[in-house]
Design a protein around this ligand. Sequence first.
Ligand SMILES: Cc1ncc(COP(=O)(O)O)c(C=O)c1O
Length: 435
Amino acid sequence: MLKNNSLLQRSLTSVWHPCTQMKQHEQFPLVPIARGEGVWLYDTDGKRYLDAVSSWWVNLFGHNNVQIKDAIKAQLDTLEHVMLAGFTHEPVVQLSEKLAKLTGLGHAFYASDGASATEIALKMSFHYWQNTGKPLKTQFICLQNSYHGETLGALSVTDVAIFKDTYAPLLRQAALMPSPDFRLAEAGETAEDYALRCAEALEQYVREHHATLAAFIIEPLVQCAAGMGIYHPAYLKRAREICTQYDVHLIADEIAVGFGRTGEMFACQHAGIRADFICLSKGITGGYLPLSAVLTTDTIYQAFYDDSTVRGFLHSHSYTGNPLACSAALATLAIFENDNVIVNNRETAAKLNGFLQTHFDLPIKHLRNQGMIWAFDVQTQNSQFAKQCYQAALQNDLLIRPIGNTVYWMPPYTLSHGEIDFMVKATVASVKAAL
Ligand SMILES: Cc1ncc(COP(=O)(O)O)c(C=O)c1O
């Protein structure tokens, strides 16, 4: 096994790491991970870290999960990959059938990352309006502080300055609707009242511009990259009504919140709505292999079904519908089917919330919880809080990645009582060290 230092140096020389100013690694060393087990990651020297962010929100059932691992191994013995244009295979068909049942949408179109799913949904929406004789419907709207990925199309509907501003000259302009994130409410306003006030602003914009609007893309219930901005489901309900009334597509980006993260299988279920497109990724394979999917309505699908080739959706990626990734997704869905995951998560959440009552003495605002997501905003003058808290946490055997002053947990669902205890106490110590 390589010693930490040698691997770190080779990584800095040969790898361009994501979401990183590489020069900062002169001060903050990379963490060289050798293996994972359950909620724990182990570095090459055997030091462990509790993965409280599920490795960027992808891991649902722990690292080294036997069921998912066995499913991938079995698939490896039969078919590793075949292109999906002109060909098909059992895992992709089974997965598409299961996803259709779960979402109420269909005709799953696959890619490998969340941002690609966003691109696909935006292109499909635009193309639908072209195919149905409404060529003026070319514009997209999204929420303030939204995040839908970092390819150019996805960045156009993302509102996070640090990721977007540099590339602004390359991007289309999408109109921003007021965010229903409850932290932005007036004092004394309820979450529902604030959500409905934001929905009124949405309606006004859509009423005036619907002739040129293709779609409204939204992160249902939680704007994760904005710092876990949670909002009332009344907003989603109104957004659905408004989009239907004015003939604008609703795209639900459930990439981060899908697969049980918010306490229901999909976040839209909290509002009892169905979008015109759903984008899925991250947890879809339990965090094992890259896979994303976009599902849509029969009406939209039928508008592409034609003798003319160019009226079809000709988008493609080489690894579309990869059998190994599909087998990981099928194993993940089997765990949901067999293990009562959503109900068990409610118990885990209740335990964690109980723990917070007694073990939490920090200068914070907006302590919030939705399903298996927790967040709070730390009141501190320290402009380096996020970095220092992250570093302190690593010292305390914990992986958290604060977003600005927001500290959050999005742990694997398999977190045990003892691990909850550990995570909360290590977080409190790490926040205190960075105040
Ligand atoms: C809501 C949402 N959409 C899209 C993406 C982009 O996914 P990916 O990083 O796989 O491209 C993310 C990633 O965090 C996300 O949270």
